[in-house]
Design a protein around this ligand. Structure first.
Ligand code: ADP
Ligand code: MG
Length: 264
């Protein structure tokens, strides 16, 4: 299983650089001067109470949200901008779409296309973006389905799969464009407890593949085992960040301690 997910481990890419990013909705500041460096191939878990800005941050990294201040870069490419001399210009819609193909996104509610089979869900993007021929896309999808242990479901409809299986397909789909970064927004919180493990195991395998992962989750055990960095957010701010060991075992901020006491 890890073999198929290991295809790109030799490529060092997926450095996310977030610099003084702020975002308001009306007068409400959802992100307040957030800065974060995530090295290529690293796994970062973002923790924080509901409403602290975790999803907004992920959405900003994927252009789903436009920031008001600051910059986000992946491998030096500005998210939403291009540099010309000293100036930054907003990217055109087409360039944004292209840039978004570098970032995979896994949602809480799987968001598989209900009218497409499992295989069709996975091959859609690489064909639409002309990365692969249909035949190549089908071959690649087979490898990805093996990697998530679901090749036998290639012709199934999403609604006939369990939540855990749907999420594993969503992960395979996110991988189909060979992204530099994959963002997970509470990937297990819509699952029945007995299905959480299979999805976390799939993400764990991915964590060893060299793709940069950012995972919003309340699964502290997963963070402890897999995360290189743990970030704790409150009210749109990062109040604490460090190694999993540091933040989870020896939190410095009282809000972090209180939060951990609740979710552990
Ligand atoms: P989290 O994912 O940590 O629960 P979010 O990033 O979803 O938090 O939201 C942070 C805050 O920003 C919340 O108070 C939310 O209501 C607000 N918010 C998020 N998106 C929007 C939006 N499109 N319009 C208005 N308010 C929003
Ligand atoms: Mg959220």
């Amino acid at each position: 299983m890890s073999e198929a997910l290991d295809l790109h481990s030799h490529v060092v890419r997926g450095h996310i650089s977030i610099t003084h990013v702020s975002k308001s909705f009306g007068r409400f500041k959802a992100l307040d001067n957030v800065s974060l460096e995530l090295p290529p191939g690293s796994v970062t878990v973002i923790l924080g109470p509901s409403g602290s800005g975790k999803s907004t941050l992920l959405r900003a990294i994927n252009h789903l949200e436009r920031v008001d201040e600051g910059f986000i870069r992946i491998d030096g490419d500005y998210i939403g901008y291009r540099r010309k001399g000293d100036k930054l210009y907003e990217l055109k819609e087409k360039a944004i779409l292209k840039q978004r193909t570098e970032v995979g996104y896994v949602f809480q509610n799987f968001n598989l296309f209900p009218h497409l089979t499992v295989l069709e869900n996975i091959i859609e993007a690489p064909i639409v973006h002309k990365r692969l021929t249909r035949q190549q896309a089908i071959e690649r999808a087979g490898e990805l389905l093996d990697a998530v242990g679901l090749r036998h479901k290639a012709d199934a409809w999403p609604r006939h799969l369990s939540g855990g299986q749907q999420q594993r397909i969503a992960i395979a789909r996110a991988l189909a464009l060979d992204p530099r970064v994959i963002l997970f927004d509470e990937p297990t919180s819509a699952l029945d407890p007995e299905l959480v493990g299979e999805v976390l195991d799939t993400i764990k395998k991915l964590a060893r593949s060299g793709t940069t992962l950012v995972v919003v989750t309340h699964e502290i055990g997963f963070a402890r085992e897999v995360a290189d960095n743990v970030v704790f957010m409150v009210d749109g701010k990062i109040v604490e960040q460090g190694s999993a060991q540091q933040v989870l075992n020896n939190p410095q901020h009282p809000r972090t301690s209180r939060f951990l006491a609740k979710v552990l």
